[in-house]
Write a protein that binds this ligand. Structure first.
Ligand SMILES: [Zn+2]
Length: 84
């Protein structure tokens, strides 16, 4: 990792992506950069920085669980509405 890259990453510590706050960085396989994050729900999670920046990963998984639960409710609601 170059010095410029390290400085860039140090500046990203404390940045929030969705529910995840970056606490540290480490080098993963294939020179990927792994961000160690803390989720708002209190769960620590390590994610690929590329996924984090693209918005693919926004939480430890709790957000996806909540969205799925919500979709179930709304789908059910619209389904009933369409039938009537
Ligand atoms: Zn979470």
């Amino acid at each position: 990792m170059s010095q410029a890259c390290k400085i860039y990453l140090e500046n990203l510590v404390g940045t929030k992506f969705g529910r995840l706050t970056v606490v540290a960085f480490e080098q993963g396989a294939n020179s990927q950069i792994i961000a160690a994050c803390n989720c708002e729900c209190g769960t620590p999670r390590k994610v690929n920085l590329a996924h984090l920046k693209k918005g693919h990963t926004k939480s430890c998984g709790c957000l996806a669980r909540e969205v799925r639960a919500l979709n179930k409710i709304t789908n059910c609601y619209f389904f009933k509405k369409a039938k009537n």
